[in-house]
Structures are given as structure tokens and as C-alpha cells.
Ligand binder design. Structure first.
Ligand code: TXA
Ligand code: MG
Length: 337
């Protein structure tokens, strides 16, 4: 298969080109496209054959359900059997945006939902994604457009590296604004429950709908969000997650102990002065949590490309999107210090 790459920019949205991608969706093909969180690998949400192909191309386990992306509220009503009041209040504030709701499903193919009686739905805040859905005139299922287990793609080059000549179209729309995946909230049970943390925080949700539970730290073998049981987001290197209190001391100890190895370090800028340097150490200082979210997966992929054996990450501050970054880092890391 030969992948067609379509390049779009904010100043050159070029609907004609995007309509080619929409036609590919209608023809049962796979199209990678940008969203505000990460790139998605899209197919028509009602085309079982195309969806089977998504699982195959990604190497994704069949029991991990997909998110259905919509561009218009009327599509929600086609997919959901019921939308509880708290879900309506929440999407009123956060859609389009990095929020996925899980609700009881209506007519959604079972391959999308891994045979669950619920469906995950999201309206992305990205003009290319929204127009693609509009032009295709169908909801689009899209997992992150990476090979299963590797870090999610945040620029088109990441998608090209993982999926070139394995998918039909890649729409290059530049860098994703947020950089980590959407918050997934289950509204199908009595108290809304966060199944995966993201840019929309527990506090922000609680301001609108009152108490919200956290479901992603449970050590259960069958979590409600099947995706949470898989090792994810991992670079090839061994990842250390190091506490902020003593960061540069602990990081320098690790560097000294692994002096012959290539090492990547992600840390808040203030520690820059005190970290050891050498040509084998690749440093990525961060301004703040937003910067951390936007660049985490990009830096993971960069360090892998440089052949790093070890990656040292400073634990993110547990404010705003920091909770979600920590969630991804815990899954990616082999050792927490
Ligand atoms: O930001 C995002 O959400 C990106 C962009 C492309 O929209 N998509 C994404 O998809 O991260 P994926 O497939 O990598 O992750 C979907 C997550 C998985 O953890 C999956 O288990 C969960 O959503 N999920 C999907 N349907 C579900 C359902 N019915 N019940 C519970 N969890 C569900
Ligand atoms: Mg994913």
C-alpha cells in the first residue's frame, strides 16, 4: 500500500484536499488526522471491515474499545441510548474539546465497543478533525495513530514513522496543541467516573457536576476502561520517574551510575544549572506542565531516535494537566524513585 500524505495548514485549510481524505473514509480506508490532543487513526464508525483493519495495523488488542469522534450533537443522539443530565452539562462546557464521555450505546458495531454496552464519544477541538467528520458525513472512530504500546503521535512525522505505507492517508495538520489524550469520563453509572485523566481535570468537572470518582488507579484486573490495563506510551529506553524534591541529586546519581550510556532527561528548567552534562546526555528542560504535556511523547520518540538507553523524567507537579502526565509516566516507567 502507498500512503498519501495531505498537508494542510491553518492558513491553507484547502477543503478540496480534505474532501479527498473524507472520500477515503467513505471508501472504507484508514485516514490518520490531527486532533487537539494527539493524532488519531480514523475509519467510518459503521464500517466493520475498515475498523478491523485499524486493530490489525496498530497491533491493538480486540478487547480495547475505540472512541467515536463526532462533529455535531445530532450524531451523539444517533450513537447514545441515553445521555444523562450530568453528561449534557459537561459537554455543554467542554465540547468541542479534550473530553470523551462513556454512555450507554445505541446502534454502534460491537467491534467499536469491544462488546461493551457502552460507547465512548468525543467532539474534538480541531478544525481539520471537525471538517473531516463533516465532509465524510459519518462519525469516525479513531484510536491514537501509533503502533500499539508506543507513545501517541503528536506530529504527522510520528504517524509516518509508525504507519507509513500501512494506512491510506495521513493528514498533516501540524503539532497537536495539548499533546496527551483526552479525559475519559464514564457517565453510564451513578457517579461519573474518570477512567483516564487528561486536560479536563477532576476539579474542573466537579465545578459543573459535583462529585466525580477516579477509576484509573484501581488495581483491578478488569478495569472499566480496558485500555488502562495495557502497558502504554512506552519508549524503548528504560524510564526512571524521579521525585521533584531531590530531582537533580537523584538524576545526577543515576547519570554517574550509567556514565557509559546514552541518557535523555526531561525536567523543569529550574534544575538546569545543577544537572551533569556530557555529549551522551540529551536534556529537555520544560517551562511548565503545559509544555510537559505537549512535548512528553515527542521527547520520548526523540530519545529513542538518539538511541538512549535510559530516560530520566522529573515527576510532574500535580496541578492541572500534571495528574494526566503523571498517569502516562507511571505507565511508561520501569522504576519510580
Ligand atoms: O485524545 C484522545 O482520546 C485520542 C484522540 C485521537 O481522540 N484518542 C485516543 O484513543 O486516545 P485510544 O484508542 O488510544 O484510547 C481510547 C481509550 C482507551 O483507554 C479505551 O479503553 C477507552 O478509551 N474506551 C473506549 N471505549 C470505552 C468504553 N465503552 N468504556 C470504557 N472505556 C472506553
Ligand atoms: Mg492510544
Amino acid at each position: 500500500m502507498k500512503t498519501k500524505i495531505i498537508t494542510l495548514t491553518k492558513n491553507n485549510p484547502d477543503n478540496q484536499k480534505l474532501k479527498i481524505a473524507a472520500k477515503a473514509i467513505n471508501d472504507g480506508k484508514l485516514v490518520a488526522f490531527p486532533t487537539e490532543t494527539v493524532y488519531g487513526l480514523g475509519a467510518n464508525a459503521f464500517d466493520t471491515k475498515a475498523i478491523k483493519n485499524i486493530f490489525k495495523v496498530k497491533g491493538r488488542p480486540q478487547d480495547n474499545p475505540l472512541i467515536v469522534h463526532i462533529s455535531d450533537i445530532s450524531q451523539l443522539l444517533d450513537l447514545a441510548k441515553e445521555v444523562p443530565l450530568k453528561a449534557i452539562k459537561t459537554i455543554n462546557v467542554f465540547w468541542p474539546g479534550p473530553l470523551t464521555i462513556v454512555v450507554k450505546k445505541k446502534k454502534v458495531p460491537s467491534i467499536v465497543t469491544a462488546n461493551l454496552d457502552t460507547v465512548a464519544i468525543r467532539m474534538p477541538k480541531n478544525k481539520i478533525a471537525l471538517d473531516l467528520i463533516k465532509f465524510a458525513k459519518t462519525p469516525i472512530v479513531a484510536p491514537s495513530a501509533n503502533l500499539s504500546k508506543s507513545p501517541s503521535p503528536t506530529i504527522a512525522l510520528h504517524v509516518i514513522n509508525d504507519l507509513f505505507n500501512k494506512v491510506d492517508v495521513i493528514v498533516d495538520g501540524g503539532a497537536c496543541k495539548i499533546g496527551i489524550e483526552s479525559t475519559v469520563v464514564d457517565f453510564s453509572s451513578k457517579t461519573p467516573t474518570i477512567l483516564r485523566p487528561g486536560a479536563i481535570t477532576k476539579e474542573a468537572l466537579e465545578k459543573i457536576i459535583g462529585p466525580v470518582k477516579v477509576g484509573y488507579d484501581l488495581k483491578t484486573k478488569t478495569p472499566k476502561s480496558p485500555g488502562q490495563k495495557y502497558k502504554h506510551y512506552s519508549p524503548k529506553a528504560f524510564v526512571y520517574l524521579v521525585n521533584s524534591n531531590n530531582f537533580y541529586k537523584e538524576a545526577n546519581n543515576l547519570i554517574k551510575r550509567n556514565i557509559s550510556k546514552k541518557i535523555g532527561v526531561i525536567f523543569y528548567k529550574k534544575n538546569n544549572c545543577c544537572l551533569l552534562s556530557s555529549k551522551n546526555i540529551y536534556k529537555k528542560p520544560l517551562k511548565d506542565n503545559k509544555d510537559y504535556a505537549k512535548n512528553l511523547f515527542k521527547y520520548f520518540r526523540y530519545f529513542d531516535q538518539k538511541g538512549c538507553d535510559i530516560i530520566i523524567c522529573e515527576k510532574p507537579k500535580q496541578t492541572d494537566i500534571g495528574v494526566a502526565i503523571q498517569n502516562r509516566l507511571k505507565k511508561a516507567s520501569s522504576c519510580i524513585i
